[in-house]
Design a protein around this ligand. Structure first.
Ligand SMILES: *Cc1c(COP(=O)(O)O)cnc(C)c1O
Length: 354
């Protein structure tokens, strides 16, 4: 007997998250994980590693609350935004009974976390304009009383598009007293659109996911946040691991969230947006580009005549992009993270040479 047969049936069937790192490639230019292209420079301020960390590092909570414009009791620190996604499912969905709802094409971790925990997935595809199909969501909520958590991502990954604000508000009304609405704002720093943080006061079932992995250029730190009302935060605090944030991560996160560094983040974001404008302008001149989707994030989704050919050709040159060919309604689409000016120029150069 193989020990594999001892593992849970849902784990045997599970396709793990295809993280950019796992996908490998002989990359010299990594544009497949929406990371910031260079590392910020921080020094650890302490060396006391013999003690367990604070379960919820107070200084990090206070700094993030100030940054996000909420009170400390509205914040939980997590091991990346991904842990926040998992906590919401763990806390609100009974395995083999309850369900989550999400709207493809979107971030892959909602499905992976649900499958791992053993929770049913209800999918309502986005419209062709990458908006919420509210009538179908309403119908699903009416027909399936086991839907406990609804995930929406704004700006959406991998499309970069923004949801209509009125639609999100309608979804908040639709889910009131019915389900938790997890709003994933991992890319909120890259858009002019307004965060939904102020709606926390109006909706006890709203949970907003944030991260230091994208605009803050700290994907290696593994630090994220959920913002919500204290009642919801307390529930998540019940199911989180005892010491989720390592001492070095809390140390650097606290520094990264000081006002002076937040100013630097704003400048870096502006640099990425300039690079994005340039990349889009150059992509638009290429004959094999079919469509460049409107983007509000640090990446751009591009439809090519033959997307897989472009993906493969750049892969062979060590430029690693994210193939979206298999995602719902994204045939021939490739997601390109905005890199340094040099990296962006190489992308254009390499596509021209195909
Ligand atoms: C990157 C990302 C996250 C969180 O990533 P972490 O590195 O775990 O903080 C969450 N949601 C979306 C849509 C993302 O792209």
């Amino acid at each position: 007997m193989s020990i594999t047969t001892l593992s849970r049936k849902n784990i045997q069937a599970l396709t793990p998250y295809q993280s950019a790192r796992k996908l490998g490639g002989n990359g010299t230019i990594w544009l497949n994980a929406n990371e910031y292209p260079t590392s910020p420079d921080f020094q650890l301020s302490g060396k006391d590693l013999n003690r367990y960390p604070e379960p919820q590092p107070q200084a990090v909570i206070e700094n993030y609350a100030r940054y996000a414009g909420v009170q400390p009791e509205n914040v939980i620190v997590t091991r990346g935004g991904d842990e926040g996604i998992e906590l919401a499912i763990k806390a609100f969905c009974q395995p083999d009974q309850d369900a989550i709802l999400y709207c493809p094409p979107t971030y892959g971790m909602y499905a992976v976390s649900a499958e791992t925990i053993g929770v049913e997935m209800v999918t309502i595809n986005q419209t062709t304009e990458f908006q919420l199909d509210l009538p179908k969501i309403k119908q699903a909520l009416a027909e399936k009383s086991n839907i406990k958590v609804v995930f929406v991502c704004n700006p959406n990954n991998p499309t970069g598009t923004l949801l209509n604000r009125a639609d999100v508000l309608e979804l908040l009304e639709m889910t009131r007293n019915r389900a938790i609405l997890v709003l994933d704002e991992a890319y909120i720093e890259f858009t002019q659109a307004v965060t939904f943080v102020s709606e926390i006061a109006n909706y006890p079932h709203l949970a907003i996911i944030r991260t230091l992995s994208k605009a803050f250029a700290l994907a290696g730190l593994r630090c994220g946040f959920v913002l919500a009302n204290p009642e919801l935060i307390e529930i998540l605090n019940k199911v989180i691991a005892p010491y989720p944030i390592p001492v070095p991560s809390a140390d650097i996160a606290e520094q990264a969230l000081r006002p002076a560094n937040i100013e630097l983040v704003k400048q870096r974001v502006q640099g990425i947006l300039n690079g994005r404008d340039w990349l889009i302008k150059e992509l638009a001149k290429l004959p094999n580009v079919v469509e460049i989707f409107d983007t509000h994030a640090n990446y751009v989704l591009v439809k090519f005549q033959d997307g897989q050919k472009v993906f493969k050709a750049l892969w062979d040159e060590g430029i690693i992009l994210r193939d979206q060919h298999k995602a719902v309604n994204l045939a021939n689409c490739v997601r390109i993270t905005i890199g340094t000016d040099e990296e962006n120029a190489k992308v254009i150069e390499s596509i021209k040479n195909i």
